[in-house]
Design a protein around this ligand. Structure first.
Ligand code: GDP
Ligand code: MG
Length: 598
């Protein structure tokens, strides 16, 4: 296809505004798949994604569409819809010239609409503003278009396209608008090969499948290529496009989007954002690339049975094949034995990885409370990254303890401003600015420690705004704070997996809370169990679990049998995930007791 007939675009939207449904319509209307074949959300191929209705990886799809008497090649790159995966949004933007900015005609502009809309504008993409769900009886197109104007996402209200992805209304018109408004790629076919790697996945038979956006030149099977940043060379074995099934083709030309394979064995050999060029006729300058996504949330993962350590390693290796943003290194804990410290992009990413591990392997796992990445500047001037409480040096020597700070935007009903202010202030947030989208809806921006955001801020926001509040954040840097490591002692033994990093002003309260929770999670033993919280060896809180009476069911007072059975079952279940700390049996739940903070 000549470049003038190519359009590369993505759909950006807040979660649930209909990206996947619209992508399906494109497939349907272009004839790429039939109604019969279309599974719900074809582009979200991973089960977990489908269950959760989020798109994690970008699945490109190439469709052909006749417009004004010519056949156009449209490359659609789906984008993820969750803050954990925001860096993937930037990646897909770099592969496109335009973006459909899709907004739910009832819900209106949301935090991620604004965040991603601005990302797209910064990347100089042509926006095609589009209202979805116009079939809804309570749709309010004029109001929502007003919000889009107010948020500076739309200049001319007449340019806003209106569709119903579910009912299939306005889809051809939208494809026409994409062709008319989004510029064709500007690559030069005669120049040396230059292509951007924007994603990859691992295939057991073919090795790494590399997703590329061609900029200049062309690519053919048998060609010797070079990954410029990695400095590695390979011979291309196969290439193709997703239509939506992987379809082999003989050549990829300037401006096109597709994939290639080249017997690449591990996903780490392929840097996302790297430039592919011809090994014998290389391009002069590599592309700018992107910042590598850094895991921001860490937690320990331990097999309940220590002899399953190698199995866990294998399972993690397998996961890593398809997810280069996930990391793991072995670690040892006094209480939990051998395990791994794992890094995730955010809390949702962490949850997804844990579920995959449990689904794909039969492993019984204990997961420790998550923490963010800290930085410590030692008195000797050295700066170290801290991925867990265990890395905090004992006994002083710390000049500065720094934590990641995010800029976080909330889009909420204006009646909830008071509630939001309170929540953010409690979490050490500082107010940055306010912006009204309409008298009813407002954007508030704060700076806040990431540690205060990751656990339950989103749930809190949803609950006090009755589901109407949305948020989006990005890490803006590190800042020194009065942070300390709080240790927990069970029956006199320090349980390193229970240590947490806290702000000193919260330490007493958190310490008492953790012990209260632990007391509930740990069953009675034949002896009294002491629980203590300590900072630098100084005890700041204490609880005791009284010794038990012989028969655990005795406290049912001979109550009905089903209740007893429930109790027995509960104990049996609990057994699966017990860890022995000294003589004390500690259940999995206890390791998460340090997590919640209310
Ligand atoms: P995504 O998170 O942006 O990918 O959104 P989905 O495509 O998964 O859609 C979210 C929900 O909105 C699903 O329940 C869809 O069936 C529904 N939906 C999508 N488009 C429309 C539409 O045009 N009209 C109506 N009424 N519902 C829609
Ligand atoms: Mg989706």
């Amino acid at each position: 296809t000549p470049t003038r007939l190519i359009r590369n675009f993505c759909i950006i939207a807040h979660i649930d505004h209909g990206k996947s449904t619209l992508a399906d319509q494109f497939l349907l209307k272009s004839g790429a798949v039939s109604q019969r074949d279309i599974k719900a959300q074809t582009l979200d191929s991973m089960d977990l994604e489908r269950e959760r209705g989020i798109t994690i990886r970008m699945h490109p799809v190439t469709i052909f569409f006749d417009h004004k008497g010519e056949k156009f090649e449209l490359n659609l790159i789906d984008t993820p819809g969750h803050v954990d995966f925001n860096y993937e949004v930037s990646r897909s933007l770099a592969a496109c010239e335009g973006a459909i900015l899709l907004v739910d005609a009832f819900q209106g502009v949301q935090a991620q609409t604004v965040a991603n809309g601005f990302l797209a504008m910064e990347a100089q993409l042509k926006l095609v503003p589009t209202l979805n769900k116009i079939d809804l009886p309570h749709a309010r197109p004029e109001f929502v278009i007003g919000e889009m104007e107010q948020a500076m996402l739309v200049e001319d209200p007449d340019e806003v396209m209106k569709v119903s992805a579910r009912a299939g209304l306005g889809i051809e018109e939208l494809m026409g608008a994409v062709i008319d408004r989004v510029p064709a790629p500007s690559g030069a076919p005669a120049e040396p090969l230059k292509a951007l790697i924007y994603n990859s996945h691992f295939d057991t038979y073919k090795g790494v499948v590399v997703y590329i956006r061609m900029i200049d030149g062309n690519l053919k099977p048998g060609q010797r290529i070079k990954l410029m940043r990695a400095g590695r060379e390979y011979v291309v074995t196969e290439m193709g496009q997703f239509r939506p099934e992987p379809t082999k083709i003989d050549e990829l030309g300037a401006g096109q989007v597709g994939y290639f394979t080249a017997n690449i064995k591990t996903i780490d050999d392929v840097g996302i954002g790297d430039t592919v060029t011809d090994a014998f006729n290389p391009t002069a300058e590599p592309l700018a690339g992107y910042k590598e996504p850094k895991p921001m949330v860490y937690s320990g993962l331990y097999p309940v049975n220590n002899n399953e350590f190698e199995d866990l390693r294998e399972a993690l290796q397998k996961l890593k094949l398809n997810d280069s943003s996930f990391s793991y290194v072995p670690e040892v804990s006094d209480g939990l034995g051998f395990g791994f410290r794992c890094g995730f992009l955010g809390m949702l990413h962490r949850e997804i990885i844990q579920q995959r591990l449990e689904r794909d392997s039969e492993l019984n796992l204990v997961q420790t409370a998550p923490n963010v990445t800290y930085e410590i500047k030692k008195q000797n001037g050295e700066v170290v990254q801290v991925h867990g409480p265990q890395d905090v040096p004992d006994g002083g020597g710390i000049d500065e303890f720094r934590e990641p700070i995010v800029k976080i935007s909330f889009l909420i009903p204006s009646t909830n401003i008071g509630g939001l202010m309170t929540m953010c202030t409690e979490r050490r947030g500082t107010f940055v600015r306010t912006e009204y989208l309409s008298p009813q809806r407002v954007i508030l921006v704060f700076e806040m420690p990431l540690a205060e955001v990751i656990y339950d801020l989103y749930d809190k926001l949803k609950s006090f705004t009755h589901g109407y509040g949305t948020m989006d954040y990005e890490v803006v840097g590190y800042r020194a704070a009065d942070l300390v490591r709080m240790d927990i002692l069970v029956h006199g033994n320090r349980v390193d997996a229970l240590s947490i990093i806290v702000h000193r002003s919260n330490a007493d309260r958190r310490g008492r809370k953790v012990l209260e929770r632990l007391r509930k999670e740990i069953s009675r033993h034949m002896f009294e169990v002491a629980l203590q919280a300590a900072i630098g060896g100084k005890i700041i809180a204490r609880e005791t679990i009284a010794a038990m009476k012989k028969d655990v069911t005795a406290k049912c007072y001979g109550g009905d049998i089903s209740r007893k059975r429930k109790l027995w079952n509960k104990q049996a279940e609990g057994k699966k995930r017990m860890k022995a700390i000294g003589q004390v049996e500690v259940p999995q739940e206890a390791f998460l007791a340090v997590l919640e903070d209310d």
